[in-house]
Design a binder for this molecule. Sequence first.
Ligand code: PDD
Length: 288
Amino acid sequence: MSRIAYVNGRYVPHMEARVHIEDRGYQFADGVYEVIAVVGGRLVDGEPHLDRLERSLTELDMAMPMARRPLRVVLAETMRRNSVHDGMIYLQITRGAARRDHAFPRGVRPALVVTARRATMPPDPDAIPGAKVITAPDIRWRRCDIKSVSLLPNVLAKQQAIESGAYETWMVDDDGHITEGSSTNAWILARDGCVVTRPLDNAILGGITRQTLIRLAHGAGVDVVERAFSVDEAKAAREAFMTSTTNLLRPVTQIDDAVIGNGEPGETSRRLLGLYLAYARGETESCD
Ligand code: PDD
């Protein structure tokens, strides 16, 4: 089946989808994006993702290219045209195409691109393998809370992981605390039995999976504490895991050379993944 992309008001074959060479996303990374999971033909946390999209746009003084309701129609139509029942929606908004000049152009319409692809999700919580992560200095800018397409440090961090035989890189701030992964939020089950993840600030992206999992965990009586944790604390933790739209919850069984717990995905990680999967499948509450 050939894929279809939505580009500035038109549905076009994916292979022929184009934006202008002077699109500011291409020249300046002047744009924002969202990745939203599709499970059973429904968006998982569609509204929170669109809330974050609006926030990212506001922070960059950009307007939504269309109101939320027609935007949701475009998302649904892109899913439909690509027969995506389980998979991913990618949505990108840039400041538009204009003669190259750092300052914002006047009177230019933002550019909107939406693609969808199938993915096999979600996995069985007991079959999910553990992942290795490495640590590296966080070299990003001070507005990591904005979901900008400017992802070069994240790309380099992920590539460093792959070249080290790892799955992800957890980035470390100047105080020795873990900020987040290249495209995931970082969590541990600390020695005191609390699930810990870094609080929201400008050093991390406020993950939607993170937000939902905190709520689900509290609802299930699992304590979650939002505080910074160091690389040393993570290496000594009982369990560790990462969350994102594309990974859901992925247990971490090794950080650099330190094996976490007994080297297998931990019980709490698997339990939380089970809670999240039930939620994403719409079994416990509506999440669209
Ligand atoms: N990445 N931190 C960073 C830097 C991210 O890029 C992402 C998501 C997350 C997790 O956010 P969420 O739970 O809302 O997916 C945290 C997306 C999936 C990506 O770039 O592909």
